[in-house]
Ligand binder design. Structure first.
Ligand code: GTP
Length: 601
C-alpha cells in the first residue's frame, strides 16, 4: 500500500474506559473480524490480561476502510491500529508504540472524564507530535455527561468542544464516523522509499510455535522475506524468514514498505534478541544511523522470590528461564537467605510487573512462593569514593558512607478539588515535592509531584484511593535519582540479624519501621524455652525492642487473592512450612512467621 493510503494510529485510554471494546467494534465494522467469529476482546490474547482486564503487550492490526476523496471516488485506505499497554510500569513500551503512529484517538469515558494515566499518555503523544482525535465513549450510558467532558477535553487538547466525537463502542454508534475522521485527521506516513531500510521495533512477543514475533513500523526503505537483516543496537544479523501484516491473524506479505506496520519472524527464541525500540535494517544495504529513542529496559523494583517448599527451587529456576523468553525486562539472579533458603532476587519494571510475574509463576508453573517486601535500587557512595549498587537491603554496606541516592519519579495525580488537602498531606508524608498544580475544570485538579519511588512502591496507591474515596488517579514516570538521608534498619533475634527483614528507609522513618516489625514478630514467633529479645537496630544503635512472651499464639496465615484450589494448596504448603522451622541463632522460627511478616498487609 502506498504511504498516502496508510494511517497509523493508537488509542489512548484509561483502564476500563473501553479501549478493547472499541477496538473490537472497529475490527467488526471494517470486516476484519466477522461478527459471529468475534471473540470478545480480540486484542487481549493472554489469559491474565483478560482476567485482569489490562493490556500488557501491544499488538497491531490492519483494517481496510474506504473513504471518498474530493472527486467522490472511494479510496481504499489501510488503517493500522497499534495497541498500547495501559499501565505505568510500561511507559517505555507505550512511548515506542506512540512513536510508531502519526495519530492517537484520545478515548475518554463519557461518565468518568479524563484520568491521570490518560493525561500522561496524552502528553507523551503530544511530545511525539501525533494528531489527537478526542473521543467520548459510552454515550449510551445513562450517567454519561458528554457535554461536560467535551469541554474538559477541548480545554486540554485545544479546539471546539463540538468537534469532540461521541461514540459507543458497545452499540457501535459513531464508530464509522470515527474511522472516517482517522483517515481525514491522521497524517499519512512519510519516509524515503529508496533509502536503506529502517524499521522500529515496537513490540516483540514469544510464541511457542514460531519463536519470537517482532512487531515493526517501517520508516524508510523496505524489508522483504528471505533477506538478511541487522538489529542495530547489537549488530546481530538474522534471516527474515517471514514478514507480513496482522489482519487479524498473521498474514505473510511480499514485504513491508514506507509507513507500513506488521510483524517479522527470524526464528530467534528469546525476546532479548529483538528489543523494543531497536532499529532493524538490511544487512547488505545497512542504514548509517538508527532511529533513536532506544534504551534497555531498566528494572526499578527488586524483590526476593522463594519457593515455600524448598524442593521447588529447580522448578522456580526453570520457570523464570521460560518467562524470560517473553519478557525482556525480567532480570534475576540466585540468592540465598538465612531465613528463607534458596531463591532469586528478581528485578521488575514496577509493582504491576511484579504482580504479573508472580501470578504467572504460581498459576502456570504451580509454584507457591514467598516474596520479600519490594525495594528500589540504591546507589551508595562510600567515603573512599567507591560506588555500590544495592538491590537487596541486606547488602547495604556498613562503614563510612558519603551519600545514598535513590530513584525518584515525576507523579501526576488527578483528583476532585475537594481532596487537594488530603492528597497534599499524603504526598508530604511520603517525602513528595509539589512541582505544580492546574485546574482542568473548577471541580478537578491536576497535581504534579516529585516523589521517591520507594515511597510509591509501598501502598501509596491504596492510600491515595482511600483518602480520596477512590476518585484520585495516579501516573508516574522515572525522573532520575536524588541523594536522601537513608539508613538500613536491621532486625535481630537474640542478637542475630535476620536478613529478610532488613529495610532501607528514610532516617525519620527508621523508628516507626523498627517498632512495627519488632511488634509484628513478637506476635508471630512462638515462645521458646527461653526469653527471646527482638531488636531493631540502625548500625549498632538499637532503636526498638520487644520480648517474646509466654503463651504460644496461633498464627493465622494470610492468603492473598487467587482461586480456591490455589489458596488451599498454599495453605497446605504453609502447614508444612509451619512444621518446618528455621533456626536463627537458638530460636526456632516457623516459616509461616516469615510469610506473614513479609506480606505487606
Ligand atoms: P483495559 O483493557 O483494562 O484497558 O480496559 P479497556 O479500556 O479495554 O476497557 P474494555 O473495553 O474492557 O471496557 C471496560 C468496560 O466498559 C467493560 O465492562 C465494557 O463492557 C464496558 N464498555 C466498553 N465500551 C462501552 C460502551 O460504549 N458503552 C457501555 N455501556 N459500556 C462499555
Amino acid at each position: 500500500t502506498p504511504p498516502e493510503l496508510l494511517r497509523n494510529f493508537c488509542i489512548i485510554a484509561h483502564i476500563d474506559h473501553g479501549k478493547s471494546t472499541l477496538a473490537d467494534r472497529m475490527l467488526q465494522l471494517t470486516g476484519v473480524v466477522e461478527a459471529r467469529a468475534m471473540r470478545e476482546q480480540y486484542l487481549d490474547r493472554m489469559d491474565i490480561e483478560r482476567e485482569r482486564g489490562i493490556t500488557i503487550k501491544s499488538q497491531a492490526v490492519r483494517m481496510p476502510w474506504a473513504l471518498a476523496d474530493e472527486s467522490g471516488a472511494p479510496q481504499p485506505y489501510a488503517l493500522n491500529m497499534i495497541d498500547t499497554p495501559g499501565h505505568v510500569d510500561f511507559t517505555y513500551e507505550v512511548s515506542r508504540s506512540l512513536a510508531a503512529c502519526e495519530g492517537a484517538v484520545l478515548l475518554v469515558d463519557a461518565a468518568q472524564g479524563i484520568e491521570a494515566q490518560t493525561l500522561a499518555n496524552l502528553y507523551l503523544a503530544m511530545e511525539n507530535d501525533l494528531a489527537i482525535i478526542p473521543v467520548l465513549n459510552k454515550i449510551d450510558l445513562p450517567a454519561a455527561q458528554p457535554e461536560r467532558y467535551a469541554e474538559e477535553i477541548a480545554g486540554l487538547v485545544g479546539g471546539d468542544p463540538a468537534d469532540v466525537l461521541k461514540v459507543s463502542g458497545k452499540t457501535g454508534e459513531g464508530v464509522p464516523a470515527l474511522l472516517d475522521r482517522i483517515v481525514r485527521d491522521v497524517p499519512a506516513p512519510t519516509g524515503e522509499a529508496d533509502a536503506p531500510a529502517r524499521a522500529m521495533i515496537f513490540d516483540s512477543v514469544y510464541d511457542t510455535y514460531r519463536g519470537v514475533v517482532t512487531y515493526v513500523r517501517v520508516v524508510d526503505g523496505n524489508l522483504s522475506p528471505r533477506e538478511r537483516i541487522v538489529m542495530m543496537s547489537t549488530r546481530a544479523t538474522h534471516e527474515l524468514l517471514e514478514i507480513g501484516v496482522i489482519a487479524p491473524e498473521a498474514t505473510p506479505t511480499k514485504g513491508l514498505g514506507v509507513g507500513e506496520v506488521g510483524y517479522l519472524i527470524t526464528g530467534v527464541k528469546d525476546v532479548r534478541q529483538s528489543k523494543v525500540g531497536d532499529t532493524v535494517t538490511n544487512a547488505n544495504k545497512p542504514a548509517a544511523e538508527s532511529l533513536g529513542g532506544y534504551h534497555e529496559p531498566k528494572p526499578m523494583v527488586f524483590s526476593g522470590l522463594y519457593p515455600i517448599d524448598g524442593s521447588d527451587y529447580p522448578v522456580l529456576r526453570d520457570a523464570l528461564d521460560k518467562l524470560k523468553l517473553n519478557d525482556a525486562a525480567l532480570v534475576y539472579e540466585p540468592e540465598t537467605s538465612v531465613a528463607l533458603g534458596f531463591g532469586f532476587r528478581v528485578g521488575f519494571l514496577g509493582l504491576l510487573h511484579l504482580e504479573i510475574v508472580r501470578e504467572r509463576l504460581e498459576r502456570e508453573f504451580d509454584l507457591a512462593l514467598i516474596s520479600t517486601a519490594p525495594n528500589v535500587v540504591y546507589e551508595v557512595t562510600m567515603e573512599d569514593g567507591a560506588v555500590l549498587t544495592v538491590t537487596n537491603p541486606s547488602e547495604f554496606p556498613g562503614g563510612k558512607i558519603r551519600e545514598v541516592r535513590e530513584p525518584v519519579v515525576k507523579a501526576t495525580i488527578l483528583a476532585p478539588s475537594d481532596y487537594i488537602g488530603a492528597v497534599m498531606e499524603l504526598c508530604q508524608t511520603r517525602r513528595g515535592e509539589l512541582l505544580g498544580m492546574d485546574y482542568l475544570s473548577p471541580e478537578r485538579v491536576e497535581m504534579r509531584y516529585t516523589l521517591p519511588l520507594a515511597e510509591i512502591v509501598f501502598d501509596f496507591f491504596d492510600q491515595l484511593k482511600s483518602k480520596t474515596k477512590g476518585y484520585a488517579s495516579l501516573d508516574y514516570e522515572p525522573a532520575g535519582e536524588q541523594a536522601s538521608a537513608l539508613v538500613k534498619v536491621d532486625i535481630l533475634l537474640q542478637g542475630e540479624q535476620v536478613d529478610a527483614f532488613s529495610a532501607i528507609v528514610h532516617k525519620d522513618k527508621a523508628y516507626a519501621y523498627g517498632v512495627m516489625m519488632a511488634g509484628k514478630l513478637r506476635e508471630l514467633i512462638p515462645r521458646q524455652q527461653f526469653e527471646v529479645p527482638i531488636q531493631a537496630a540502625v548500625g549498632s544503635r538499637v532503636i526498638a525492642r520487644e520480648t517474646i512472651r509466654a503463651i504460644r499464639k496461633d498464627v493465622l496465615a494470610k492468603c492473598y487473592g487467587g482461586d480456591i484450589s490455589r489458596k488451599r494448596k498454599l495453605l497446605e504448603k504453609q502447614k508444612e512450612g509451619k512444621k518446618r522451622m528455621k533456626t536463627i541463632g537458638r530460636v526456632d522460627v516457623p516459616q509461616e512467621a516469615f510469610i506473614a511478616a513479609l506480606s505487606s498487609e
